[in-house]
Design a protein around this ligand. Structure first.
Ligand SMILES: [Ca+2]
Length: 144
């Protein structure tokens, strides 16, 4: 594991996973689809809020640059812990304990589009506890 929470390759894999139509940007429909995969309510206002938070250019789509900045804190010096935590909360879903994301939940999302072999490699690099949870508070403290 390197000195960043996610490698660029891992970020790109997740970006490609969300970008279903391979347009190179993530639009509001693709965010809604991701919310359904993660068992969130498929709420258009929630999807729009995510779009606003991730997208600094003000357009209706999230490009690769914005996405990478959102999930990778060390890439930008003005990135705050609060923003990192929001990203984890987004990925953890509503059934996880506070501040934690379960390995199975991550795995389920990744398996939607990646071969099992690659998913296992990604999961192996993350510090899950004995119950299979990743505490993203610890995670953020470790990498900041
Ligand atoms: Ca797209």
């Amino acid at each position: 594991m390197g000195d960043r929470p996610f490698s660029m390759a891992e970020c790109k894999e997740f970006f490609d996973f969300i970008d279903v139509d391979k347009s190179g940007t993530i639009d509001i429909q693709e965010i809604q689809r991701l919310l359904r995969v993660l068992n969130f309510d498929d709420n258009i206002h929630f999807a729009e809020r995510i779009m606003l938070e991730a997208n600094q250019s003000g357009s209706r789509e999230i490009g690769w640059e914005d996405f990478y900045r959102t999930v990778n804190p060390t890439k930008s010096s003005n990135y705050t812990n609060q923003e990192v935590l929001r990203a984890f909360q987004f990925f953890s879903g509503k059934n996880s304990p506070p501040n934690k994301i379960h390995k199975d939940q991550l795995e389920q999302v990744l398996l939607e589009c990646r071969p099992e072999r690659e998913v296992k490699i990604i999961l192996k690099q993350l510090p899950f506890d004995h119950q299979g949870y990743l505490n993203y508070n610890d995670f953020v403290n470790t990498y900041n």
